[in-house]
Write a protein that binds this ligand. Structure first.
Ligand code: FAD
Length: 407
């Protein structure tokens, strides 16, 4: 098994201008993606979490891609992070889920919101992969509406005790630290973000959620917090401002998921190209039938169109990093990351569906590579903001805040 196609380094270089370190990073990504292909497929067939994802990323020094160099990371700008995740996405959304949650939701939240002491404590370890992050926003009764979350905290000496339940948590049973959002006990407002050490009695993995329709190689768990202790120094950002931390992390995460979806489309295109040019029906390669070419054209056009959306969202995020606090740039970044995630996740799923169609009966077998993308990519339309929430967000960004339909 091999990856059939990689976006050429020269082409990417011409487009965005890469320095030598950035080229090296993308070469490392290619090497890691090649190395992951076999274990990813084997674990998918066994329907099991793939521990090799983190191991391979660690071996290639890819656990801290967006973390500043001064904190041990590779200091990649958002655009290069997107190019890195695009390459990793060819191996599937299981790999992207671990990488996105650890880097875009966890590490970048600490980098963006942490104080110097927190950054020094967490980021070098996260860059090495000794710290693996999970992100705990969703609860059994609070999904699209995180403002209704019930996990609560109370003061206890030099810290806080957290109680509640977090549902559908990626990396939940394998993370060393989880970013948890909770509100003060008995209060309706004032969510705070906490960095919770998972190696303590009060942190319990109730269940690994293995009855998923896909994404088997990613760990998804139900977590309960039963008086989990968090020292005061592990509050991330200001007390009461946790939803700002949560939403800004999601802005980073959505660009990551959209980038992974580009890789899914690339792999679908490559797999389809190989299959339709070798499979013969009605006396000729099926690639010569015009209706098959229609599917190829769809996947290729989706990929090229989505590349622009993803790179543009990433470039806007880079612009924001240069002038943090500029509200118009931040708002544009939020809108563009929602557009990139909304369109790319739909196109990736539709591309996987068309790839299954091109493969015919073999496409319907779980042993076909495109079936894995079909099963795995569906989640990208649900997590980190569903299609509908993205639509509402995009529409209100056009119509104005007064028209926010989900307030
Ligand atoms: C495999 C997997 C991994 C995940 N990983 C994580 C993780 O690591 N951390 C984490 O915190 N969460 C995670 N999630 C949770 C995910 O973010 C939520 O499932 C998602 O936000 C939707 O919430 P919900 O499932 O409660 O659906 P609901 O909010 O109940 O929504 C159900 C439906 O109603 C629609 N809907 C809801 N409100 C509105 C509205 N106002 N207007 C129109 N339509 C609306 C939704 O779009 C959806 O179609 C994961 C989910 C999955 C499946």
């Amino acid at each position: 098994m091999e990856r059939l196609f990689q976006s050429s380094m020269d082409e990417v270089d011409r487009l965005v201008g890469l320095d030598d370190e950035e080229k090296q990073l993308l070469q490392d990504a290619d090497a890691a993606a090649d190395e992951l292909l076999v274990s990813e497929f084997e674990k998918y067939v066994e329907r099991k979490y793939n521990p090799e994802i983190a191991n391979v990323l660690r071996r290639h020094n890819l656990m801290g891609v967006p973390i500043d160099k001064e904190h041990g990371g590779r200091g990649a700008r958002q655009l290069v992070e997107a190019l890195f995740l695009e390459r990793m996405g060819q191996t599937g959304m299981g790999v992207i889920t671990l990488a996105d949650v650890h880097m875009c939701l966890g590490s970048l939240a600490v980098q963006d919101w942490g104080n110097e002491e927190q950054k020094a404590r967490y980021l070098p370890a996260a860059a090495k992969g000794d710290v693996l992050f999970a992100y705990g926003l969703t609860e059994p009764e609070a999904g699209s509406d995180p403002g209704s979350l019930k996990t609560s905290y109370a003061r206890d000496g030099d810290g806080f005790r957290l109680s509640g339940s977090k549902y559908l948590i990626s990396n939940g049973s394998v993370a060393t630290n989880m970013l948890v959002f909770a509100r003060p006990e008995g209060a309706a407002r004032g969510v705070t973000a906490f960095l919770v050490d998972t190696k303590q009695e009060g942190f319990k993995v109730d269940m690994r959620l293995e009855e998923k329709m896909g994404l088997f190689t990613s760990d998804t768990s139900l977590i309960s917090l039963d008086g989990a202790f968090v020292p005061r120094e592990d509050v991330l950002g200001e007390e009461g401002k946790g939803l700002s931390v949560a939403y800004s992390a999601l802005l980073n995460g959505r660009i990551g998921i959209a980038s992974g979806c580009l890789g899914v489309m690339e792999d679908c295109l490559n797999q389809v190209r190989e299959r339709v040019t070798s499979r013969v029906q009605h006396g000729k390669e099926i690639a010569r039938h015009q209706l098959i070419q229609k599917h190829v054209a769809y996947i290729e056009s989706s990929l090229e169109a989505c590349r622009w959306l993803v790179y543009r969202a990433a470039m806007k995020k880079d612009e924001y990093e240069k002038s943090p606090g500029t509200l118009s740039v931040r708002t544009d970044g939020d809108r563009l990351s929602a557009v990139a995630k909304y369109v790319s996740s739909r196109c990736a799923f539709e591309s996987a569906d068309r790839a299954v169609q091109c493969f015919g009966g073999f496409g319907y077998s779980i042993m076909s590579p495109v079936a894995k993308h079909f099963l795995d990519s569906r989640v990208a339309r649900i997590y980190e903001g569903t299609d509908e929430i993205m639509e509402l967000k995009i529409a209100s960004s056009v119509l104005g805040r007064g028209f926010e339909a989900y307030r």
